[in-house]
Design a protein around this ligand. Sequence first.
Ligand code: GDP
Length: 322
Amino acid sequence: MTPAITVLALSGGVGGAKLALGLERVLPAGELAVLVNTGDDFTHLGLRICPDLDTLLYTLGGVVHTGQGWGRADESFGFMEELRRQGGPDWFLLGDRDLVLHVERTRRLAAGERLTVLMAEFAQRFGVRSRLLPMSDTPVATLLDTEAGELEFQHYFVRLRCTPQVRALRFAGAAQARPTDELLNVLHSKALQAVILCPSNPYLSIDPILAVPGMRAALRASGVPIIAVSPLIGGRAVKGPTAKIMQELGIEASPASIASHYAGLIDGLVLDHADAAHAEALAMPVLCTDTLMSTLADRERVAAAALELATALSRSRARSRA
Ligand code: GDP
């Protein structure tokens, strides 16, 4: 019998996958589900590419390029070399093995299959023990209003290396998206004990998930503690444009801003020791640990901290009900 899901993690790509791997390693096999951002997905060279889902697939499947945090370790670039030689667009790197997923995904989506179903099959073939759930089966595209005009996510993130100043974000297609039945089954299950927001970029990776109509309400209705792990350490992002975007949107890069961004959704926050001084001012329970996840042991420690805070909150709720 497949084990019931006890923890649901919300994740973007590289930063989120670090914690997802930690959670998978500290939980009994098969008890983790990861709800993954698909706002970064795009169609390129006629292929449907889902960067965050594939980062989770490769990370939890044990084939990821660990130095990069995305793509495969065992990879060749013959396709890319030839594409370049033919004068094709070469700003988005596609490895030869990686390409197979995009080709297969495109073929199966065109045949009418759901993204959730085909990603579950990919995950099974990669030996992934956790459940990978796209945030929606219909396309949602993160669009950035920048000084350089409106940009599709990958053009902003990869082609322009996050350089343009961001003025606003929107999620095209979100209004038509719905939480999938697979996700709702996890959220309705009595076995579920915690929802963890990975330290993914709140604006680019978690907000698209929360923009799916009914998503916030469904997460809250699960009744389990919802814990976020802050992506900031000492007011700086470990990697990527989180702090830069906050500054451009006029938001201070601080734990208070993360807490207020997720206000009404989360019940507790995991902060780095470097930010411990901010804990008291936050109107929610906080647990501090070293949140930099360089090693596998770091990933497990941060995962254990998030679960510990969730367990503490469940216990105090049970006590106050008694
Ligand atoms: P992307 O979709 O590949 O950009 O990745 P995510 O959105 O999932 O993650 C990016 C965020 O993860 C950034 O805001 C980083 O600050 C954060 N991050 C990356 N590594 C770590 C880490 O080791 N610890 C913490 N606390 N945050 C991290």
